[in-house]
Design a protein around this ligand. Structure first.
Ligand SMILES: [Zn+2]
Length: 504
């Protein structure tokens, strides 16, 4: 038996902590108690430290990195379980050739090599061999389903729709945690209510989660929220609105209305919640600002359009009229070619000055030279809006961690310690108990998991031991790949897997 004694224990449910010890045996918690450990127990004195359930990252893009034992940036933050397959992108299924799935999702997953699995079962067989093993959960990406059936084509026939429904059904049977959509990313963005409603009904039938990267987080935010609420009303599915925010200065006042609509639906009985990462900047791909039609047919088609004078002009005009950020708000963080590595760390305005052209023209030139693959960090949110989201009772806190060749967003290495250090201790936006609840029992409940996210006898012995006064993220926008401080120990199944030091 392992006994962690003399700690401040947060059980994950959001109530005040208690002074106690946590006993574990055979990978499970056996007691939360002030009793003396039995003879023969391996005792670790945790005086001055807090114990929380291992964090559950409800929104991550580590689909391939969770398979790699060498990737420890999540574990070092206290994350012992992750939900991947978000925003319409999952590493399965690929019914035909994996090349198409790789070109569709490669920009999000950021890993070379032969990846892509024919089914959820095949992916889970692989993930269960990794050390992260039982802590890997995956949604089935609607975009990946689309690509498996229709390739990058946006139109769809009724036969193809039912083929997609069958693939979803099969992957839920094989243990997928639900469905995700990415309605800003082609070809999934072509799906309307009629295509999505039957899929949401299937999710409901299996009692799983439907998570959505909505059609718009900018000027179209309210319509996008209403579309998803209507889907949940019509189908009864459990809805998770992913990384909710009103992105871009011009849209900040839309957030209150979006939350009002969500609260009203929740009062009616719609099972809806949302999530956000604890940062004012977002991380995305530069194609996010392009009109849908520009991406029809994939990156080859986009590049052909960017080379056509008339199409180029039309794209540029649309971007100019819809972009809610300023060129200073968007910083280049990843490119594919060596030639443009110089642009990493530059705001779009600085790149435009370097190339002596308008910001939108510089953006389109960079997209063409990089064959569409450009990562950016974008200043999206006001501080008061972020505070309103993080403190909201329907909000789970996530990393939305995203790998890039260049500078990843600091949330990849810092989201969870940033929440407990920067947000709770320094800014005092919410209590430590509430914050812990938002990364433990709350996300576990969204996934219907009973033995995770809580500290109680019978639950898995996934635990984080940390110093309340010291926990902090060190990852910054300039130097994002830095480990946090203040995390003494991370246990997975009762075994020490990360942490600054072995507690005494
Ligand atoms: Zn997303």
């Amino acid at each position: 038996m392992l006994a962690l004694t003399n700690a401040t224990v947060f059980d994950g449910r959001g109530g005040p902590p208690i002074a106690a010890g946590v006993f574990c045996e055979d990978g499970r918690i056996t007691g939360v108690t002030t009793e003396t450990p039995p003879a023969g127990a391996e005792i670790t004195d945790c005086a001055g430290l807090a114990i929380a359930p291992g964090f559950l990252d409800l929104h991550s893009h580590s689909d391939l990195q969770v398979l790699d034992a060498a990737r420890t940036e999540k574990l070092k933050q206290g994350v012992t379980a992750e939900l991947v397959g978000n925003c319409g992108f999952s590493a399965f299924p690929c019914a035909r050739d994996a090349t198409e799935l790789r070109s569709f999702a490669g920009g999000i997953f950021r890993e070379q090599g032969d990846w892509g699995w024919p089914s959820a079962a095949a992916y889970f067989r692989r993930s269960h061999q990794a050390p992260a093993g039982q802590g890997v959960f995956s949604l089935t990406g609607h975009g990946s389903l689309r690509v498996a059936v229709t390739g990058m084509r946006q139109s769809i026939t009724p036969e193809e729709s039912s083929a997609i429904a069958n693939l979803l059904e099969a992957s839920l049977d094989e243990g997928s945690a639900g469905l995700s959509t990415g309605l800003m990313y082609a070809p999934g963005s072509a799906a309307g209510f009629d295509e999505l409603a039957p899929l949401c009904r299937t999710v409901r039938k299996h009692d799983r989660l439907y998570a959505t990267h909505m059609r718009s987080y900018m000027g179209g935010l309210i319509d996008a929220v209403d579309e998803q609420l209507n889907l949940a009303r019509a189908t009864g599915c459990r809805l998770q609105i992913s990384h909710l925010q009103a992105a871009g200065r011009a849209n900040w006042d839309l957030q209150r209305r979006a939350i009002d609509h969500i609260e009203a639906a929740a009062r009616e009985g719609v099972d809806v919640e949302f999530d956000i990462y604890p940062y004012q900047c977002g991380s995305t791909v530069l194609t996010q600002w392009l009109p849908d039609w520009a991406l029809d047919g994939g990156m080859d088609s986009l590049c052909a359009r960017l080379c056509d004078r008339a199409a180029h002009g039309q794209i540029a005009q649309t971007v100019r009229s819809t972009m809610a950020q300023t060129p200073e708000d968007i910083t280049i963080t990843g490119t594919r070619t060596e030639a443009n590595q110089f642009a990493i760390g530059l705001p779009l305005s600085a790149l435009a000055a370097r190339w002596n052209m308008e910001p939108v023209d510089a953006m389109l030139r960079l997209l063409l030279e990089e064959h569409g693959a450009v990562n950016v960090v974008s200043f999206n949110q006001s501080e008061s809006n972020l505070r309103q989201l993080l403190g909201h009772p329907l909000c789970t806190v996530i990393s939305d961690g995203f790998y890039v060749r260049g500078l990843p967003h600091p949330r990849l290495h810092g989201a969870f310690p940033e929440l407990l250090g920067g947000v709770v201790r320094e800014r005092r936006w919410l209590s430590l108990s509430e914050a812990i609840h938002k990364v433990t029992a709350k996300p576990a409940a969204r996934l219907g998991l009973k033995d995770r996210g809580v500290i109680e006898p019978g639950a898995r012995a996934d635990l984080v031991v940390f110093d309340v006064a010291r926990i902090a993220a060190r990852a910054t926008y300039q130097q994002p790949e830095q480990d946090p401080t203040g995390i003494a120990a991370v246990l997975r199944g009762g075994i020490l897997v990360a942490g600054e030091r072995l507690v005494r």
